[in-house]
Design a protein around this ligand. Sequence first.
Ligand SMILES: [Zn+2]
Length: 691
Amino acid sequence: MRHSCEAISPWPAGVLLLAIAVAGMTACGHPPASSSAGIDLAGMDKSVAPGDDFNAYTNGGWIKATPIPADKPGYGVFTMLADKTRQRLLALIQESAKGGSAADASTRKVGDYYASFMDEAAIESKGIAPLKPQFEAISAISDRHALARVLGGQLRADVDPLNDTNFETGHLFGVWVAQGLTDPEHNYPYLLQGGLGMPDREYYLSDSPHMAALRKQYQAHIAAMFKLAGFDNPAAHAARVFALEMKIARVHATRVESEDVHSAVAWKTAELPSKAPGLDWPALLDAAGLKDAPVLIIWHPKAIPGLSALAASQPLDAWKDWLCFHTIEQSASFLPKAFVEERFNFYGKALSGIPELRPRWQRGMDFTSAALGEAVGKMYVEKYFPPEAKAKAQAMVADLVKAFGRRIEALTWMSPETKAKAKAKLSTLKVGVGYPDRWRDYSGLEVVKGDAFGNAERAGLFEYHYQLAKLQQPVDRGEWWMTPQTVNAVNLPLQNALNFPAAILQPPYFDSNADAAHNYGSMGAVIGHEISHSFDDQGSQFDASGRLANWWTKDDFAHFKAAGEALAAQFDAYKPFPDLAVNGHQTLSENIADVAGLLAAYDAYRISLHGKPDVVKDGFTGDQRFFISFGQSWRNKKREEALRRQIATDGHAPEQYRADAVRNLDPWYGAFSVLPTQKLYFAPADRVHIW
Ligand SMILES: [Zn+2]
């Protein structure tokens, strides 16, 4: 479970987007100017009472003064840092290009991958020729056996239900490879529902006028893509694709159902034809490289039989149209400009409300970072993450782990048995700081200069084969799931591990020279958040070895569940639009992690004072600075469409409400003299603590 929803991109997940696609950047992208205490004073709005609207109090000045750049779905601290990081990466690539053949092989591949994407003339001159072999393979499908082979050959490792909580793929199924839910000693292939071009079933089935309008635009977009690819009668092809996706949406699980780890089942490969009849499973699994896997973990045991049945019941021609459309769609970024623009018209403008396409170099940087993640990460770390920074960040992590342990010890509602298990889980938590212990080897990935389309295809397949190879290897608890250049952090429930990439360990989150109150309120809360994920409604179901197992006494679990329900009710009450509320259950894991992480960070801050009195800086006490820094770390603005999309598809509540986690902390009330008459006030009994 990752820290922020920054990974929301105007592009749907798919074969060519392996990792994150952070939002765009502008030349003005830089972290806020801050005081010596690390607080952005000008960005506050002191005319607002902190007890009425804490987000406006800490960020109101910035919100008023800052327009969302025209090429972004939103703007905030995460975006600014991603911008800064991307600019640094570009400079590194340009520098290594000057060195020519002197660079090492993986650095050369990074340079060639990026340069090929930037070579627009080569892309334009090829036109739709790169799509031809795939169109021919689809057009040759004459029976259900051949259909299953093509569907299987397209599968990629493009989803992640637990670490990244990414459930979206335009392929019929998404594949994920990780240790078994109840067998931590072995890796298994996980199969997830897929097949939609819009982000979630809600977009197809909701009766809101907003979604109905998007459906019209989507169908027009499908037709436009067919037209660009030279198909006759594009409207008829589009109607068939859309009708099939409506049927697919009807068998899909909801976003909240997708979060239920207990619904996953392990099916023997040989059982698939009887448990999910319709598809020619042997043909599909053979083409997907999965025929030798004895068992598959089926994440969506209702949707996958539903999809399989559709593969048999729907006309072959509808499936062939659907395959052609998704083939165009998933490669559009590497095709001529007309495709890129049409894709942006729907995914950027219509779905996320972004007026302008990002400059090409920024997209190229993100695609390169996705395809050659750790090769790019190694370049970044060598220049920007010295061993001292790693040591300081590790010390802060150790502080937070200690503070969290003390909180477990002090819980009055938890039995000694459950406490002992929780402490065992905390003591075996494996924390990765900055970058992985071993860098990945890219020697098997062929990067051809001048072949952007082919490079992207090969990178998608290279990643898929890398993941499948894990099926024959021992489980690696040190495996990283975020690249070092990612501005984010992640908890890995099956590995009982955390990753804090180098790129988030920089100001304004973490500055080894800054005020302790600031560092604990921002980076401390991020670290506390990730630790807490091991103990949220999802993570608390896995034991110290990452096995899905109940280690709670009945009463303790009932208490924990009830506290979670109270927090879900808090978030259900947030309504950014009259017709749309935050979903308290969809966002529960993240909200538990925010509250518990902030509590642990606050404790760690107080411990770091070693009994010395709190000092006033910039007119604020240490406690005030701690909470203001927390509020400012959630600084963000979003366009309406992007916000609606986040609420429909993301496990993270909108940032403005995440800043309100402070309402659950007793010291916040004292720090800002919050009164019962103020809007954010909760009576002590209504404040949710959990951990
Ligand atoms: Zn999180």
